[in-house]
Write a protein that binds this ligand. Structure first.
Ligand code: GDP
Ligand code: GDP
Length: 455
């Protein structure tokens, strides 16, 4: 769960609450004072100030919805970080980097009166590395006289500079046409977002743990019979099931219900099905046969769910067969082999007797809530500040790497990016993850932390 470097992809930054179609995201990037906020105001067509900068207060990146020629998109203003001891270049680069990564296209703003500075050059390197479509805005071209200066910006290698006066509106139509050409129609489909409707559950586990028994128990036997009587040639792949007063979409129930006999390759196909179900699901209920020793396949399936970034609930089935001795060994197996999902809600159930079925839905809801948790940048940095002060990284080779600041780059699952002054050891990263969980919960969800080192 501690993703190495560069681990996270463009995500649902500030958008796509459950049930909404995600919009393509434009990040507005540039040095302070080049006119980003003014330009963002111009793009979203509002006159009121976007930014209420309180000195010394780090604010979250702000995103707004905008429309141009009937197409909707999101604009993310990447300005607003406190310029502190870190120095202007590092701060600007860091915020720009995040903005760029979480965007579908970049609007790079340069002050045409100033020309390109070293900071601009550094930002351009970041943009190149990210490989995102980029539009170059030469701002503060209020009149004809400055237009010539804007032409020099061709030398930046970002294509045509669009001369604009964000203040007066000059040139902003052409700029927006170029932006729309750079933005994809719809952002690349990322998991866990966009679809809306009932929450999507994958019921997974190795053969014979009781998946179909559990499904029949929660869905009601009759439903199954009805499906079979209908004589449909194709089983429904996903099934809507009423549970705890809500409708849930259980993914690939046909695969669960079909009696797969052990033929060669059955494991392989089971694994493919599991991975396909995980792709479509938001939360995985992982079933484990508590009456038998944990199998390697159990841990493999758990790893698949964690790596897929799904919310996770672990259900220990066949609890009706539990006795003192088995229980003792089970708890030890869990401690030893299931550390990777220590954070997952656990339910001890019996598909046979119906024991604790009512606990399943609250566990799923808890996991989904953890999966969607968002911590504000201010709260996160207050927490990180205290953590670093109380538990500094061990000194290595005469140097002490420090976490400088952090931000949550996405949810579903929560993803964090920490900026540090040096390489953070794996042990320290695990410590940070543990403390993050203690502080903010994240029950039932993997979290990813990537670290960017600033020289
Ligand atoms: P940011 O730090 O990049 O978000 O920059 P702001 O939007 O806060 O603008 C910085 C300053 O530049 C403000 O005083 C703006 O009024 C001014 N400014 C922004 N756009 C233009 C423009 O097109 N022409 C002129 N003359 N000034 C501008
Ligand atoms: P699947 O392969 O994961 O779908 O597992 P099944 O639902 O087919 O169950 C495998 C076997 O375990 C069947 O014989 C079930 O009757 C039995 N079984 C399932 N759940 C329970 C349970 O909670 N307790 C007991 N004692 N047996 C169960």
């Amino acid at each position: 769960s501690l993703a190495a470097e560069e681990g996270f992809d463009a995500d649902d930054l500030d958008l796509a609450e459950h049930g909404h179609v995600p919009l393509p995201v434009l990040a507005v990037v540039g040095r302070p004072n080049v006119g980003k906020s003014t330009l963002v105001n111009r793009i979203i067509g509002r006159r009121e100030a976007v930014v209420e900068d309180k000195p010394g207060v780090t604010r979250d990146r702000v995103s707004y919805e905008a429309t141009w020629n009937g197409r909707r998109f999101k604009v993310v203003d990447t300005g607003g970080w406190e310029i502190d001891v870190l120095g202007i270049d590092a701060m600007v680069a860091a915020q720009a980097e995040l903005g760029i990564e979480t965007a579908d296209a970049v609007l790079f703003v340069v002050d045409a009166n100033v020309g390109a500075t070293d900071t601009d050059e550094a930002l351009i390197k970041l943009i190149r590395r990210a490989g995102k479509p980029t539009v170059l805005c030469a701002n503060k071209v209020d009149g004809q006289s400055t237009e010539a200066e804007a032409a020099y910006l061709w030398s930046l290698g970002l294509g045509e500079p669009y001369p604009v006066s964000a203040l007066h509106g000059r040139g902003s139509g052409d700029l927006l046409d170029a932006v729309m050409a750079a933005l994809p129609e719809a952002p690349p489909q990322t998991f866990g977002m966009a679809v809306g409707g009932p929450r999507r559950v994958a019921l997974i586990g190795r053969p014979n743990v009781g998946k179909s028994s559990l499904l029949n128990k929660v869905a009601g036997e009759e439903r199954v019979v009805v499906n079979e009587l209908a004589g449909t040639t194709r089983d429904p792949v996903d099934e809507l099931i009423q549970l705890g007063g809500k409708t849930w979409k259980f993914i690939d129930t046909a695969g669960i219900r079909r009696r797969v006999h052990l033929t060669s390759g059955a494991d392989f196909y089971a694994s493919l099905r599991t991975s396909a179900a995980l792709d479509k699901a938001e939360v995985a209920v992982i079933l484990i046969d508590s009456s038998e020793p944990l199998a390697e396949q159990d841990t493999r399936i758990i790893s698949m769910a964690v790596e897929a970034g799904r919310a996770v609930v672990v259900a220990y089935n066949k609890w009706d067969q539990m006795d003192e001795e088995r229980r003792y060994y089970l708890e030890r197996e869990i401690e030893q082999d299931l550390v990777q999902v220590q954070w997952a809600p656990r339910v001890n159930v019996s598909a046979l007797t119906g024991r604790h079925m009512e606990k399943l839905v609250p566990a799923i809801e808890t996991a989904l809530a953890g999966w969607e948790t968002r911590i504000s940048t201010a709260r996160l940095n207050a927490f990180l500040g205290e953590l670093v002060a109380a538990h500094p990284h061990p000194i290595r080779g005469g140097k002490q790497p420090r976490i400088l600041f952090g931000t949550q780059a996405g949810t579903k699952p929560p993803r964090f990016v920490l900026f540090a002054s040096g390489f953070l050891e794996a042990g320290y990263r695990r410590f940070v993850e543990r403390r993050l969980r203690e502080e903010f919960g994240f029950v039932g969800t993997p979290i990813s932390i990537s670290v960017r080192v600033r020289e």
